[in-house]
Ligand binder design. Structure first.
Ligand code: FAD
Length: 585
């Protein structure tokens, strides 16, 4: 009997448990409701759901599924069942557990920990470091976090500059500081408190600070954003979980670990970043805001430091053993600097387009029909509705997409219950994006609608070389001086006016948008135009020793979570290169 029991003990994962909206407490409830117990009981064929102890079950994912092909919209759960706990609280469950058969994707037995694979050891180490933070952080005898908290010798601490405090820079700085490096974080923009005031002045008084705005400043481009934490790099991977748990450690709600479409909103990001900053400072990281890196100091084909300007444009040279470059993709001025040091830059395909805006009510009723009344501007039972659309458009009707005129058009960075914001860093350009607050209570829904562009498009405009994509972006700018308010209505506070798209974009882009929009009806800047090549293991630039290009600006990420994961891995790689840890990637 013992052997039989061993076969069942541990954790069982039950997936695709659907609970109808009327039986679910709603999107904000992440525990085990009676409606969910009913579904669990059904899978176990247990006759009386209310006899199942809720303590034996943990919700690990909750999503809302309102796809049209379903009979009715449902909350869909993945639940982990702790068999030992279940049997100790309700021994009669054994008769049913012993009948349980694994079914791929529905009922799975996980006798050991949740994950396996090469990455896991590294991530476990990373997590251990974070558990260490909690216990060390709660002590009072800590004058300087870099003292006594690490097992590594401190005599030969490498001096490392991390340039940029976006998600990639922050996570790289965190890992390096935890491993005992002497880290300086250099950020051209301002801390969140001052940055908030500068953004207020932009929105209310149309005053753009070129060094402190929606792109530049503490937290990087993701701070005044929608704070969507969805990623295409594998929601359940150890690395993504480690990033999410770190965000929770710094104040994000635990729900982001469970929610199928986690999002933070600007109001939560700002205090989270303050906690992140305080933690780095406790570890001994020197943080310098209002400090722009203008150049790399190179000696003997090796980075030996940086040249910086402060807010008053005073210039200084500082020496470092390595430079982690996490400048994001709005720092286009820095690409020129890299070229001047003969650093390889590889042009990448990317996408351009516009933001499309609808009243949120329209999106709610298209997605949810009768249930739209349950949204209640983010305070109701069901989440504020979003959407995703994509279309290949071929050159001629009926042809498979191929050749120069075939393109993809897709929605990107959809921002429900949010507002369109100006993300330009230069007063002569217009670049926009979407942001929201945690409740997503605005009347408006916006999304980028973009069309892919490649080297062929740059060629048509006689733009060649590694910066052709950057120049293409710069050629496609609008002059904002004649903007007027009120027509048509929009969430964009700086005012909008009607314009002909074909006067803004090349004809093939307008045509693709036009064609796709009519199809979508029936049924910007996106990522970096450049990649900076680096070694796959060491993360070091293949052109310049001591330089570590990371995040979105280097072409290795596209979003908050993927940038954070890239920064985290880079942190491990640099720490390993300097002998601060044995485990690499
Ligand atoms: P960044 O976040 O761009 O950070 C780079 C940092 O480097 C900046 O703080 C900048 O000031 C600093 N810097 C640049 N040059 C220098 C220099 N020379 N010297 C010193 N410092 C420098 N992604 C999502 O996943 N979900 C979303 O909901 C979402 N919404 C967005 C909304 C908006 C309005 C914007 C603008 C972006 C949004 N994104 C979103 C994209 C996301 O913010 C980026 O993908 C992510 O921030 C990239 O991280 P990063 O660390 O690579 O670079």
């Amino acid at each position: 009997a013992g052997d039989v029991k061993n076969k069942y003990e541990g954790i069982w994962r039950l997936s695709k448990l659907g609970v109808s909206v009327d039986k679910d407490p709603g999107k904000d409830f992440l525990g085990v409701s009676d409606g969910l117990l009913e579904q669990i009981a059904k899978v176990l064929e247990f006759p009386v759901p209310s006899m199942l102890p809720t303590e034996a079950f943990t919700v690990v994912r909750k999503s809302f599924d309102a796809r049209k092909r379903l009979k009715e919209p449902k909350f869909v759960y993945i639940v982990e069942m702790d068999v030992d706990k279940l049997l100790s609280l309700e021994p009669r469950a054994w008769d049913f557990i012993s009948e349980l058969e694994p079914k791929v994707g529905l009922v799975e037995h996980m006798p050991e920990a949740r994950k396996s694979g090469d990455l896991i050891n590294i991530i476990q180490d990373f997590k251990k470091v974070h558990q260490g933070i909690v216990s060390r952080g709660s002590g009072n005898n800590r004058s300087n976090g870099s003292e006594g908290s690490h097992t590594h010798p401190t005599a030969t601490k490498p001096k490392i500059a991390v340039v940029g405090s976006g998600p990639s820079g922050l996570f790289a700085a965190l890992v390096l500081a935890e491993f005992g490096a002497d880290v300086t974080l250099l950020e051209r923009g301002q801390p969140v408190e001052q940055r908030g005031r500068d953004i207020g002045a932009l929105v209310v008084r149309r005053m753009l600070q070129t060094e402190s705005n929606f792109c530049f400043g503490e937290g990087g481009a993701g701070t005044w954003s929608d704070g969507k934490l969805v990623t295409r790099i594998g929601r359940n991977s150890g690395s993504v979980l480690a990033v999410m748990e770190t965000l929770v450690h710094f104040g994000a709600p635990e729900g982001i670990l469970v929610d199928g479409k986690p999002h933070l909103g600007t109001d939560r990001l700002v205090p989270l970043l303050r906690n992140f900053r305080q933690h780095l400072q406790q570890l001994g990281v020197t943080i310098k805001f209002g400090t722009r890196v203008d150049d790399l100091l190179v000696d003997n084909a090796q980075v030996v430091g940086v040249k910086v300007s402060d807010s008053a444009e005073n210039s200084q040279k500082w020496g470092y053993d390595a430079v982690v470059l996490a400048v994001g993709h709005s720092a286009r001025d820095f690409y020129q600097t890299l070229l001047s040091h003969n650093i390889d830059l590889i042009p990448k395909d990317f996408a351009v387009g516009l933001r499309i805006e609808h009243p949120q009510e329209v999106v709610n009723s298209l997605q949810y029909s009768g249930l739209a009344t349950e949204v209640r501007r983010g305070r109701g039972k069901v989440p504020v509705a979003d959407y995703k659309v994509a279309k290949y458009v071929s050159g001629k009707d009926g042809e498979e997409p191929s050749g120069a005129t075939s393109r993809s058009c897709y929605s990107f960075c959809m921002c429900p219950g949010g507002q369109v914001v100006l993300t330009s860093t230069n007063p002569s350009e217009i670049c926009i994006n979407g942001m929201s607050f945690s409740k997503r209570a605005s009347k408006w829904a916006n999304a980028a609608l973009v069309v892919t562009v490649s080297a062929k498009d740059f060629d048509v405009l006689n733009l060649r070389g590694p910066l052709a994509g950057v120049e293409f972006q710069q050629a496609k700018v609008l002059i904002v001086s004649s903007l007027v308010t009120s027509v048509p209505p929009s969430s964009y506070r700086l005012g909008v006016k009607a314009a002909n798209l074909h006067e803004i974009f090349p004809i093939h882009i307008t045509e693709t948008l036009q064609h796709s929009l009519s199809v979508f009806d029936k049924e910007t800047r996106t990522s970096s135009p450049i990649q900076i090549p680096r070694d796959i293991d060491t993360y070091e630039s293949t052109s310049l020793k001591g330089l570590y290009p990371v995040g979105e600006g280097a072409g290795y990420a596209g979003g908050i979570v993927s940038a954070a994961v890239d920064g985290m891995y880079a942190g491990f790689a640099v720490a390993k290169n300097f002998g601060l840890c044995n485990e690499g990637i």
